[in-house]
Design a protein around this ligand. Structure first.
Ligand code: NAP
Length: 286
């Protein structure tokens, strides 16, 4: 990673992430690494914003002319009503993780879906049938992104009602809900050329557990785990053992960040520099 210092001048523009908590966010390290590598006169700063102060914080973006902002838990849904406009993707998903300026209007975008699709394309292309595990915030974004590209979806969630409600939003698009039990998951895995974990199962500190029985996975499959801490989850280790292609959540984090970065700056950021900064941050946390 480049050790060059950030250029901070009287013209420095501010990027930020708002969250609560925000202290563990890897986005400042990731974006500042890209800013340094490109020699841009920008700085990316974390701000702890309580949900009841989000309206004030968004007014602050406007008053102080921040160039752009990321939003993280628990502010992503609330921010939808505070922007001047939404991308069609963000409007459907009902949450925003990126605020950016377009022709003087503060726009809301959800970059998880586009970032996920870019990382799949980078890894070889889109699937025909995807087994999506999880119908929370990220499961929602992933289902919309896949359905938009005509991918058939099999959806399982610990709380089945939440999966059914999400599936209903797709109308006549092919989203099939199955129970989250071992036999139903094994059967779905036989059909799916992509398996995506959008649950928090396997995330630190509860590492070593997988949302799928290991014998469900097969060699001609891509297995994507959105969990990025740790980068090598039990699910991905099982995928490797089965001969499947693993993709970790760090790659998605980098791609969704890169998508935001492009909206803010119009510049393609160096993905490998961003990934190295995330890995460094994860090592420090471990
Ligand atoms: P969320 O909205 O809170 O949803 C959590 C999901 O996990 C729900 O589907 C929940 O099921 C399920 N779940 C939680 N504990 C479970 C358990 N013990 N067994 C089975 N299912 C369980 O969270 P999210 O924002 O979607 O995030 C999910 C994961 O994705 C997190 O690890 C997050 O760090 C990761 N993520 C990564 C990226 C990236 O860029 N790599 C981006 C976004 C999210 P119920 O509905 O039954 O509660």
């Amino acid at each position: 990673m480049s050790e060059t210092a950030l250029r901070l001048t009287g013209k420095t523009r501010v990027l930020a992430v708002f969250g609560c908590p925000v202290e563990h966010s890897l986005s400042p390290a990731m974006h500042n690494a890209a800013i340094r590598a490109l020699g841009l006169d920008l700085v990316y700063v974390p701000f702890r914003v309580e949900p009841d102060r989000l309206r004030d914080a968004v007014a602050g973006i406007r008053a102080m002319g921040f160039l752009g902002v990321n939003l993280t838990i628990p502010l992503k849904e609330q921010a939808v009503s505070l922007v001047d406009g939404l991308s069609p993707g963000a409007a459907r998903v009902g949450s925003v993780n990126t605020l950016w300026w377009k022709d003087g209007s503060l726009m809301g975008e959800s970059t998880d879906g586009p970032g996920f699709i870019s990382s799949l394309e980078e890894a070889g292309g889109l699937p025909t049938t995807a087994l999506v595990l999880g119908a929370g915030g990220s499961g929602r974004a992933i289902c919309f992104a896949l359905a938009d590209r005509g991918v058939r979806i099999i959806l399982a969630n610990r709380t089945p009602e939440r999966a059914r409600r999400l599936a209903e939003e797709f109308g006549d698009v092919n989203v099939r809900v199955i129970p989250m039990d071992a036999e139903a998951l094994r059967e779905a895995c036989r059909e799916a050329d992509l398996v995506v974990n959008c649950t928090s199962v396997g995330m630190s500190p509860n590492i070593g557990v997988s949302p799928l029985p290991p014998d469900a996975l097969k060699a001609d499959q891509t297995v994507y785990d959105l969990v990025y801490n740790p980068p090598e989850t039990r699910l991905l280790a099982d995928a490797r053992a089965a001969g499947a292609r693993p993709i970790d959540g760090v790659r998605m984090l980098v791609h969704q960040g890169a998508y935001s970065f492009r909206l803010w700056t119009g510049v393609d950021p160096p993905l490998d520099v961003m990934e190295a900064a995330v890995m460094e941050g994860l090592k420090k946390e471990a």
